[in-house]
Structure formats: C-alpha cells, structure tokens
Write a protein that binds this ligand. Structure first.
Ligand code: UD1
Length: 421
C-alpha cells in the first residue's frame, strides 16, 4: 500500500487546476445505462472510484473507451447483463446508482449491497422504498438487492431526509418511467443538478433540480449525448484550506465559486482572505490571523459533511476554541485520534468535536481511514513541523486526482512511497 511522506511548514504558492467532480461523474456515468446511443463525457477525473464504476458498466456489457485524457465514451447498446457483483460494489457505495437505471431500462437488476467509506451505517432503505413505490419488486438475498418490475410508473416520492444517492437513483429511474414522478424532500447538491442536466441533454424532462421538489415526466427513450462534468467542489474546499493552513497564496483555476459558498463563508469568518477573480478563479491568501468558529454540517447549501475533516485540521491551528458538529453521518470522526497524534488538541463529545488551537502540528506517523479523513491528515502534515508519514493513502486516491503531484507543483515536499503496509 502506498504512503505519503510529507515535510511540512512550507507555504504553498501558485496556481492549481481543479479536476472534474468525482461525485457528479459517478451518477452521470451510471445514467448512460438509460441511453439508446453513444454517450461522451469530458472532465472526468482519473480516480480509482471512476475506474471501479466503469468496470461495473463494462461487466454489464457496455462498451467503454477513453480516447483522451479526461474523456470517457460509453456505448450502452451492447448491455447484456444486469448484475453488479460484490467484488466491484464492495469498494464503492456509489455502485448502487446502477440500480435505478437498470430497472427502468431493462426491468431487472441484481446489485450487491454497497460497501464504501467506513463512515457509519449508510443504509439504502430510502432508495429501495422509493423504487418499490414506483412498481419495483425488491428482495434482499445473499447480500444482493434483487429487483424486477413489469414497468416503473411515476408516483409521488417523499424523502424524510434529503438523500443525494436516493434522489439521483430515483431521478434516473423516473426519466424512463411511465407518467410523472414528483420527488419531495429532494437533495439539492450541485451533483444532483449536474446529473439532471446530463439527463436533460439525453432528452429527459426534469424540472426543479436544485430545489426540494423535482418533477420528472417519463419519456419512452433517451438518446446519447456529449456532456462536460462540473468541477469538484470538495477539491476546491480542500485547496482553499491548504492555502490557509500553510499561510500560502494560491489561485484555484476552473473552480465553481457558486458551489462553495458555505465553505468560503466559513473560511472568511475564520479570517482567511478569499476572493473571486475576473476569470472566475478563486484566490486564497492564508497570511492572516485565524479566528475560532462553530461549524455544523448540513445538507447543501449548508456546510458539507465532505469538508468536515479538512476544516477540523485548520481549526487545530486556530487560536481559541472551535466547535465542529457532524449532523449527516455517524462515525465520521475517525481522523480525530490521528490529528491528536499530530499534536492537535481535540475532544470528541458525541456528534461534536471541541478543538483547542495549538500553534503548529508536529510530524508523526498516521493512518488514513477514509477519503476525506485522509485529506485532513495531508493538510495537517503540510502545516506540521518535521516529517509526517501517512499510510493507506489508497483512500485518497479514490477521490483526489494527482493530489501529490498538484501539491508538489505548489512547492510542497510530498513524496509517494509505493508498496509496503
Ligand atoms: C453522497 C456523497 C457523499 C456525501 C453525501 C452527503 C456521492 C458518491 N457520495 O453520499 O460524498 O458525503 O452524499 O452529502 O455522491 N440515508 C438513509 N437511507 C438511505 C439513504 C441515506 O438513512 O436510503 C441517510 C444516510 O445514512 C445519511 C443521510 O441519509 O445519514 C444522507 O445520505 P446520502 O445523501 O444518501 O449520502 P450518499 O448519497 O451516500
């Protein structure tokens, strides 16, 4: 397993290009199942999760080509299997997103129950209930979701909690269902909106994506498309914090400022100077004194759970007391003991972590536990005095494209050691 060796304490400077969004690309690639013709996607990041989902699609018999960097061409016309096997699904929860499209297009699906990040129990009950209400017959057997239907029908779906994956699965299924589906309590995340735009480009009739009620009028067939995926807002947030935590000066190119408003507002409140330049890029200047704040993770447009670990790293070197509450997932504080190993002063109290600021992290040996937790350790290591060794960075490789190379270009001393434990 690869590890990072990071020598910290160096301010990062320069320009970094933000990659395409993993969490937008995953459902969009799955939506190609619905199409009757070739689908061409650009701005797809080169990540392990993306390879996993293309492997799932390839297992279904779909043709996959990568004619250039960042593009994937999918031919759905050769689909011949309706099963997403455990070996592929276990490493990535997003594979459940093939369920809705397979059911809608082929009226049957067998999808392994998902694994993915170890951040608490992450059920898919809301996906299954909604598909059942649309006319699917679903059973769980030997770790698999077995589903068939005589034809999905539009209906009213109410989500008590907004679910990103659930909204995406139902939006895809409803695009080919008979009649009108109304999703109430829908997730409003930019990735949901991006999927809606991709489906609309295929001919789907969707209204209200980005709001809490989405209306989908089913159509009998969907065409191929050419589509460019949005930039990764979590990568944007992570680099903004990299600028702040190293007292650096960074320009983030190809970012979407409108997707990171809550994160930017919170960082401004902490005293980090951020502004949007005329060309749309974001400039972060980390040379100002930091102030303690209170952070609560909430569904979009609030502060994202996927940035909780990273802002916690920044809070660790912020004078005073910062309180961070995780409201979306259980067990999403696995980075806390690792940040303590790096010299952070943190105390877990239920869903809240109280952070007392220290002057600087100190290098140590730590272990990455999940995707965003790993990012917080990298950020802490970039700030730390001395050397930090981060093991199991395969978690990072699932979600950040060329992170080590991007950091090195900005002046960081990051070395990837291949192999070992
Ligand atoms: C997606 C993102 C993930 C992000 C999360 C919240 C992808 C691939 N993943 O995950 O990075 O952290 O949104 O913004 O885009 N829930 C249920 N039953 C369900 C579905 C969800 O109880 O059937 C609960 C979950 O346990 C959680 C909450 O609802 O507490 C939100 O989950 P959801 O939005 O579905 O997250 P994901 O789609 O898995």
């Amino acid at each position: 397993m690869d590890k990072f060796i990071i020598e910290g304490g160096i301010p990062l400077n320069g320009e970094v290009h933000i990659s395409g969004s993993k969490n937008a690309a995953l459902p969009i690639l799955c939506s190609s199942i619905l199409a009757d013709d070739i689908c061409t996607y650009t701005n797809i990041p080169a990540l392990r999760d993306i390879s996993t989902i293309t492997e799932v699609l390839s297992t279904l018999g779909m043709g996959i080509e990568r004619p250039c960097n960042g593009c994937i061409v999918i031919d759905p016309r050769t689909t011949s299997s309706y099963e997403a096997p455990y070996e592929l699904v276990k490493s990535m929860r997003a594979s459940i997103l093939v369920l809705g499209p397979l059911l809608a297009k082929y009226k049957k699906a067998k999808v392994s129950l998902p694994g993915g990040c170890a951040i608490g129990v992450r059920p898919i009950d809301m996906h299954l209930k909604a598909l059942t209400k649309m006319g699917a017959n679903i059973t769980l057997s030997h770790g698999y979701v077995m589903a068939f239907t005589e034809g999905l029908k539009g209906t009213r779906i109410v989500f008590d909690t907004p679910t990103v994956g659930g909204t995406e699965n139902i939006m895809m299924a409803a695009s080919l269902a008979e009649g009108t589906t109304v999703i109430e309590g829908a997730a409003k995340e930019p990735e949901v909106v991006d999927l809606a735009y991709a489906l609309i480009a295929m001919g789907a009739q969707i209204d209200g994506a980005g709001q809490s009620t989405i209306t989908i009028d089913g159509t009998p067939s969907l065409s191929g498309l050419e589509y460019r995926v949005i930039p990764d807002r979590i990568e944007v947030g992570t680099f903004l914090i990299a600028g702040a935590i190293t007292k650096g000066d960074l320009i983030l190119k190809d970012a979407r400022a409108d997707h990171v408003v809550a994160v930017v507002d919170k960082l401004l409140e902490m005293g980090v100077a951020i502004n949007q330049r005329e060309d749309g890029s974001l400039h972060v200047d980390g040379k100002h004194d930091l102030l303690p704040v209170q952070v609560d993770t909430v569904p979009y447009p609030g502060f994202p759970t996927d940035m909780q670990a990273q802002i916690m790293a920044l809070a660790c070197i912020t004078p005073g007391t910062t309180s961070i509450t995780e409201n979306i997932f259980e067990n999403r504080f696995m980075h806390v003991p690792e940040l303590v190993r790096l010299g952070g002063r943190l105390e877990e109290k239920g869903h809240t972590v109280i952070v007392q600021g220290v002057e600087q992290f100190q290098g140590a040996s730590v272990m990455a536990t999940d995707l965003r937790a790993s990012a917080s350790l990298v950020l802490a290591a970039l700030n730390a005095r001395g050397l930090t060794e981060i093991r199991r960075i395969y978690h990072l490789d699932r979600g950040y494209e060329n992170l080590d190379q991007k950091l090195v270009k900005l002046g960081a001393r990051v070395r990837r050691e291949r192999g070992g434990l």
